[in-house]
Design a protein around this ligand. Structure first.
Ligand code: NAD
Length: 513
């Protein structure tokens, strides 16, 4: 592995005490039991990380509350300058952080770099936005009155994130939260704690150089128990939670019980519709990358292909043949297309899903299976599978977080494909491959896709930071990243100012004394 420079990357990121049972990095809110981080790439123990105890958590909250008192009064463009410097530090550390993401999470090196690039991009976006946190001015119905609305910081933003985007999701949230004047407390996935520490070490340098308190950005490592402390804490007005729908339902109820705000980014069950007018070459590239990229562990991974009967055999053959070319192995080696799943639990879930496909009447076209032997010692490598199925099967309705692609058939007009596309509980990403304007527009219309993301002649997987990102139904309804997603990180205030010597009441009400 060291051929890939992992040890040097860890050192650059301040994660130096490897395998000696002590904590790593600058994480000051951690004194609890040790959490072991194993790489799915080679099964090696990378480091042991101290988890945060409830007491550590209280200290982090106190630090965050204290930091908020000053941070909220710093002009937004100055906060933008901090985010700009953070983006610069990320550029300096892109290679090292990208490698750590790849090694700890198992995605390809290119995708690891791509994830850090997303962090840099959101910083750039946020810097510009820091001068554009616009409110509206309205006309008052009362003479001599001025009315407008403005946005103020909320306070502490609690971020709970998933393993599959171990650094970018945090950056999407924090870069916006910071320019909005909020401070953050972050609990990364317990499957990728070192990515959390690496990010904390990078931002800690920026905060130190600017003589700002580290409470602006607090890290707590641990499992769902710390997650629950965050979700239930009335001192945290906004919880941004990314992960499974199962987790989202629990967190949403906990936050709602205290009337807090939540921003939920949960599971997807994303489909590409392939119409008679589709470009087959583009369809195959989009579908295969969407289904096997990140070993099917993206929230936007392509899980279903809904193919018109007239194209079905042709598309099926092309995709099955493309799967024959896939190289599965070490994701740090750029010759490989598919890396490992995150851990052996994920492998078990993949194997169970394959059994369910057979039991429920699906037909495997590409068998799949768990790989063993040289290069696969971690036990986390599986073969991407393809199954012919129907949308109603229980297993097809479910998000299996692994490289399993379902081929579904439709006949008649595109509305029948849209019915299948929408006929699942999740609503994150969707796509249509077509050169037919009517079909494309129908797919994008009010009677089209019900997802938060709807693409034409692009697959379902991945998104640019400039658009608002998120999905409907069981995906949770949250939006983060671009467009006006920043508004969720602020509280809106309507202000009316009377510059006369009279006090006229609204709606013409008279109240003479
Ligand atoms: P997960 O739900 O197991 O864990 C996500 C995070 O939630 C972790 O930090 C975990 O510790 C925490 N958590 C779990 N239970 C909790 C509880 N009861 N209270 C508070 N916190 C709790 O998800 P995962 O396996 O890490 O990630 C995969 C899932 O995330 C997939 O479903 C994927 O689609 C989804 N995801 C969605 C998006 C999106 O933007 N929509 C992005 C990435 C991942």
């Amino acid at each position: 592995i060291d051929n890939f420079g992992i040890a040097a990357a860890l050192e650059q990121l301040g994660i130096q005490e490897i395998n000696n049972g002590t904590s790593t990095g600058n994480n000051s809110f951690a004194s609890g039991a040790l959490l072991e981080s194993y790489s799915p790439v080679d099964g090696q123990l990378i480091a042991k990380v101290k988890m945060s105890t409830p007491d550590d958590y209280q200290k982090a909250i106190t630090a965050a509350q204290e930091a908020f008192k000053t941070f909220r009064t710093m002009p937004a463009p100055q906060r933008g300058e901090i985010v700009r410097q953070f983006g610069e530090k990320l550029r300096e550390n892109k290679e090292a952080l990208g490698k750590l993401v790849s090694y700890e999470m198992g995605k390809s090196l290119q995708e690891g770099y791509g994830e850090v690039q997303e962090m840099i991009d959101i910083c750039d976006f946020a810097v510009g936005l820091s001068r554009q946190l616009y409110g509206l001015t309205m006309h008052s119905e009362r003479p001599g009155h001025r009315m407008y609305e403005q946005y103020h910081p909320l306070g502490i933003v609690g971020i709970i994130s998933a393993f599959n985007f171990p650094v970018a999701v945090w950056a999407w949230n924090t870069a916006l939260a910071w320019i909005c004047g909020d401070v953050c407390i972050w609990k990364p996935s317990e499957k990728t704690p070192l990515c959390g520490i690496a990010c904390q070490n990078i931002i800690a340098q920026v905060l130190k150089e600017n003589k700002l308190p580290e409470g602006i950005c607090c890290l707590v490592n641990g499992n769902h128990e710390i997650g629950h402390l965050i979700a239930s804490d009335t001192r945290i007005p906004l919880i941004s939670a990314t992960g499974s729908t199962r987790m989202g339902k629990i967190v949403a109820q906990t936050v709602a019980a205290r009337l807090g705000k939540s921003l939920l980014e949960l599971g997807g069950n994303n489909a590409i519709i392939v119409t008679p007018d589709a470009d087959i070459k583009m369809t195959v590239i989009g579908a295969v990358f969407g289904a096997v990229g990140t070993a099917g562990q993206r929230c936007t991974s392509t899980r279903r292909l809904i193919i018109h009967e007239s194209m079905y055999d042709q598309v099926k053959e092309a995709i099955v043949s493309a799967y024959g070319q896939l190289r599965i192995g070490n994701p740090l080696d750029q010759n490989n297309h598919v890396g490992p799943l995150i851990d052996t639990d994920a492998v078990r879930m993949y194997s169970e899903a394959i059994e369910k496909i057979k039991a429920q009447g699906g037909k495997l076209l590409v068998e799949g299976g768990v790989l063993s032997g040289e290069g696969y010692e971690s036990g986390c490598y599986v073969k991407p599978a393809i199954a012919e199925a129907s949308n109603e099967l229980e297993i097809v309705q479910h998000e299996t977080f692994a490289p399993i692609l379902y081929l579904l058939k439709y006949s008649g007009g595109v509305e029948n494909a849209i019915d299948q596309q929408n006929g699942v509980a999740q609503g994150l990403s969707s796509a249509i491959m077509t050169n037919n304007l009517r079909e494309a527009e129908r797919f994008l219309s009010a009677e089209g896709s019900d997802c938060g993301i709807a693409n034409v002649n692009i697959g379902t997987s991945g998104a640019e930071i400039g658009g608002a990102f998120g999905g409907e139904k069981e995906t949770g309804g949250g939006r983060e990243s671009g467009s006006d997603a920043w508004k969720v990180y602020m509280r809106r205030q309507t202000n009316t100012i009377n510059y006369t010597t009279k006090l006229p009441l609204a709606q013409g009400i008279k109240f003479d004394l």
